[in-house]
Design a protein around this ligand. Structure first.
Ligand code: ATP
Ligand code: MN
Length: 463
């Protein structure tokens, strides 16, 4: 007997085919002499309707076991469905129950549960329609990302999760240590004696793979990272996780315009791919989560992103007739409310803001001739705010050294990074995309905790 996935049966299954499916019961409806069981195997939002006739061996005993959440295997024949809502259904010939789910205690009942409640049952929530759709779309986003870069000849590079550089300036770091916290070795000055630690020095969980990606770009021209990053920032927001995934392309022989072009083509590709591969899930988000999801996807795919400089953005914000909580003034960083105003209200599409004040941006961003701004760009998305942050990197050794010192860091600590400018330096650029922010943007899910299977946030690392 051929085992089939339900998504594929619903798409192309033909009457009279004999098949075998395996999955979990979503609902059971008992009628006189027969029963309908909705079976889902995670391959699609829609479940397959299984019809069980009372003539089946052990009908009564089996039906009693088939409550929501139970696992089963069905062998049968596909038949055209009499009811509406599905084209085809499975007429059961043999049903085997793998595991029952006690309806008295199984937390997922047919009614709608809040996302807050579902977070408390993180081990079961993926069996719901919403989370099924989210994680299929998340998978499609990841596949689209690899496809985009692989088609363009970018090398996927694996950068370390444990890092010794604490100077990337991207956020608060988690320490990684092998020391016994109950008996910490001390130096004469009573500082922690990291010489006795596993790596013989302080180490951290990475906040970004960019510096290492630059190393690899200087050998392979175009590379990208796609892996987990960590920030110990105590920001309990709907857009911040302590552990999240980041995508970071890095291109040699590329300036900021090339970087913006790539970022825009990249977002368009990912949206197109997801719409094509997960149309039902996207329709579901549009109906149930946020009725602008499909229009937004369309907007991204079919419109050029609005490009403007930070200086222009500031003057537009100063003219805006909205009351912002945070001040707007040249030299201050844009807050989420400002970013959302630009993308949501003013331009109503993604906006690329470039050329930020050097003082508020990282040391590695290329200083412009005005010596006040750097060649940085952020892509601001409606509803989410910053989704991509990128820059052309400073490729001039002397300028980079000065910037490192100006930001209170030691050039010696970055000797290998500076070597890239000593030997065969080239203009280069890249960006970082928060993967969960992308999935949020794509699905309309309001809380970032609901687009990663096992969220890590302050005071919460269950499951
Ligand atoms: P924000 O101002 O929103 O905190 P950031 O300036 O700290 O962002 P970057 O350091 O530029 O962000 O990181 C690159 C990308 O990673 C961001 O554009 C964003 O999409 C994502 N990102 C940053 N911090 C987080 C986080 N804590 N959780 C999830 N995604 C994040
Ligand atoms: Mn941050």
């Amino acid at each position: 007997m051929v085992k089939r996935r339900i998504a594929e049966i619903l798409r192309s299954g033909q009457p009279d085919e004999s098949i075998l499916i395996q999955g979990w019961v979503r609902t059971k409806r008992e009628l006189k002499g027969f029963a309908f069981i909705e079976v889902n195997d995670g391959s699609s939002l829609a479940s397959l309707q299984v019809v069980m006739n009372q003539n089946l061996p052990d009908y009564e005993a089996i039906i009693k076991k088939l409550n929501t959440g139970a696992s089963l295997e069905v062998t049968g024949v596909l038949v055209p469905s009499q009811g509406k809502g599905q084209r085809i259904e499975l007429k059961a010939e043999m049903v085997e129950v793998y595991g029952e789910a006690d309806p008295e205690t199984y937390p997922l009942q047919k009614k709608r549960h809040s996302y807050e409640f579902l977070r408390t049952i993180g081990h079961l929530r993926s069996r719901t329609n919403s989370f099924g759709a989210v994680f299929r779309v998340r998978n499609a986003c990841a596949a689209a990302i690899h496809q985009f870069f692989q088609e363009r000849g970018f090398l996927w590079v694996h950068t370390p999760i444990i890092t010794a550089s604490d100077c990337e300036g991207a956020g608060e770091l988690f320490n990684v240590t092998g020391l016994n916290l109950k008996d910490i070795p001390r130096t004469e000055n009573n500082a922690v004696d990291y010489a006795q630690d596993f790596f013989g020095r302080p180490t951290y969980l990475t906040v970004s793979g960019q510096l290492e990606a630059e190393v690899m770009a200087m050998a392979f021209s175009n590379v990208y990272t796609f892996g987990p990053t960590f920030r110990a920032e105590n920001s309990n927001t709907s857009r911040h996780l302590a552990e999240f995934w980041m995508v970071e392309p890095e291109m040699a022989f590329c300036d900021l315009d090339g970087d913006m072009d790539l970022a825009e083509a990249f977002l368009k590709h990912v949206f197109k791919y997801v719409l094509e591969t997960c149309p039902e899930d996207m329709e579901f988000f549009n109906q149930r989560i946020d009725d602008t999801v499909l229009a937004t996807a369309d907007n991204i795919i079919n419109n050029e992103f609005q490009r403007l400089t930070y200086t222009e953005a500031i003057s537009l914000l100063e003219k805006a007739d909205v009351k912002f909580e945070y001040p707007v003034s040249w030299g201050l960083d844009l807050q989420s409310e400002h970013e959302r105003y630009l993308a949501e209200q003013l331009f109503k599409k993604p906006v690329i803001v470039s050329d930020y004040p050097a003082k508020i941006k990282a040391f590695y961003m290329r200083l412009s001739d005005d010596e006040k701004t750097v060649r940085a760009m952020d892509i601001l998305a409606p509803k989410i705010g910053e989704i991509i942050g990128g820059s052309q990197r400073e490729e001039r050794l002397d300028v980079l050294e000065k910037r490192i010192i100006a930001q209170g860091m030691q050039p010696e600590d970055l000797w290998w990074y500076l070597d890239l400018r000593r030997y065969g330096t080239v203009p280069h650029a890249g960006f970082g995309l928060g993967f969960e922010r992308l999935v949020q943007f794509m699905t309309g899910m309001a809380n970032i905790r609901d687009v990663i299977p096992f969220p890590r946030t302050p005071q919460s690392a269950d499951f």
